[in-house]
Design a protein around this ligand. Structure first.
Ligand code: NAD
Ligand code: TYD
Length: 358
């Protein structure tokens, strides 16, 4: 009819290639920030899933993150190292899929000393991939990489086909792991799926990372140590949106492929710091400009169209997500206070990283 708009057919969501229903999965690094959120997410979503969490409990691994889940009959914790081939092989015989989160993850620590990053992120991933190669019945190996593998860019967005150009010992190690997962797919047909998420935020993030560090420092009226001029840009992704993205790629991703995950909601660090202070009713002069991080990537930005084509979209708006996250740290003071006041390791790192900056 003249004057009426032609009806556009809604694009059908791609069909699931795999299922998580009735499966047992190995989650590595499940006692960390994203891993614990992912375990909670899948147990909440799939009644008949089983999860084995293999975690070494490094300084960043914390069983308090899973206190509400510990008694769930579908959940099992194994304390162990992903580099221990015998332990890994024993678990792989009992699972159909792997979601691999375990890593050394803090850029500042990798600048102070990168050895553990190479050993865990690269060699640990290699050990897992070797074990998967020798384990029949593994339907997927979901590798959690990072958007930091691309390095920094001032404008525009990295697609998955962009060259990898990491800047820190952390991101360089993650490139090694990311490309090993891909190489195992090409060489041995390992059903590897790779996600490259942007900066995550949310509950249970170790208080050395930007948002929980600044939030908890502000709550204690301590300085917020902002690197350089605070003009670096990060694309903040709520951890639940990341969990949904990982689920999407497990269900519908093509093996051998990498998928960017980002909120496409970029913020200057200084604006995030001011927002946190505002939410807590604290003065802006708590912000303290300190000498910059070495090799500090100015901006991360990823093009997420490939993931969106699988039916994923960001659901948590940053303003609302940050408010809810800040509230979580306010309401769960004991969780972070235990780390900040009782962990000698935490105190030693803070002294090393910020002592020289003051
Ligand atoms: P995290 O530091 O909070 O947790 C890491 C977990 O891995 C800890 O529980 C630790 O005990 C465990 N672990 C470390 N070495 C181990 C080993 N050898 N064997 C077994 N377990 C070991 O990290 P996170 O922030 O939850 O990050 C999880 C994954 O997501 C990492 O691979 C990281 O590179 C990636 N990633 C994180 C972000 C982010 O913003 N946090 C963004 C993109 C990608
Ligand atoms: P971080 O949480 O360490 O994540 P990443 O370096 O992996 O992006 O840091 C996020 C941003 O915040 C980054 O630009 C560095 C900056 N930052 C500070 O300004 N001060 C700090 O004390 C920390 C930990 C980070």
């Amino acid at each position: 009819m003249p004057g009426t708009k032609p009806k556009r057919k809604k694009a059908a969501r791609p069909r699931d290639l795999r299922t998580l229903r009735g499966k047992t999965i190995l989650v590595t690094g499940g006692a960390g920030f994203i891993g614990s959120n992912f375990i909670r997410y899948v147990l909440g979503r799939y009644e008949d899933i089983r999860v084995i969490n293999l975690d070494k409990l490094t300084y960043a691994g914390n069983l308090d993150n899973l206190a509400d889940i510990a008694g769930d009959p579908r959940y099992e914790f194994v304390r162990g190292d992903i580099r221990d081939a015998a332990v890994v092989a024993g678990i792989l015989g009992r699972v159909q899929g792997v979601a691999h989160f375990a890593a050394e993850t803090h850029v500042d620590r990798s600048i102070l000393s990168g050895g553990e990053f190479v050993l865990t992120d690269v060699h640990g991933t290699y050990t897992l991939l070797e074990a998967v190669r020798n384990a029949p019945g593994i339907e997927f190996f979901l590798h959690v990489s990072t958007d930091e593998v691309y390095g920094s860019r001032d404008a525009g967005f990295f697609k998955e086909t962009a060259a990898l150009n990491p800047s820190s010992p952390y991101s360089a190690s993650k490139v090694g792991a990311d490309r090993l997962a891909h190489a195992f797919h090409v060489t041995y047909g390992t059903p590897a799926l790779i996600v490259r998420p942007s900066n995550n935020y949310g509950p249970y993030q170790y208080p050395e990372k930007f948002i929980p560090l600044f939030t908890t420092n502000a709550m204690e009226d301590q300085a917020l140590p902002l690197y350089g001029k605070g003009r670096n840009v990060r694309d903040w992704l709520h951890v639940e949106d990341n969990c949904r993205a990982i689920e999407t790629v497990i269900l519908r991703g093509e093996t051998g492929q990498a998928y960017n995950v980002g909120a496409n909601d970029e913020r200057f660090n200084i604006d995030v710091a001011k927002r946190i202070l505002k939410l807590l009713g604290k003065p802006v002069d708590l912000i303290k400009f300190v000498p910059d991080r070495l090799g500090h990537d100015r901006r991360y930005a990823v093009d997420c169209r490939k993931l969106k084509a699988l039916g994923w979209k960001r659901e948590v708006d940053f303003e609302a997500g940050l408010e809810e996250t800040v509230r979580w740290y306010v309401e769960n003071r004991n969780w972070w206070l235990k780390i900040k006041t009782k962990s000698a390791e935490y105190k030693a790192f803070i002294e090393k990283n910020y002592g020289v900056r003051s």
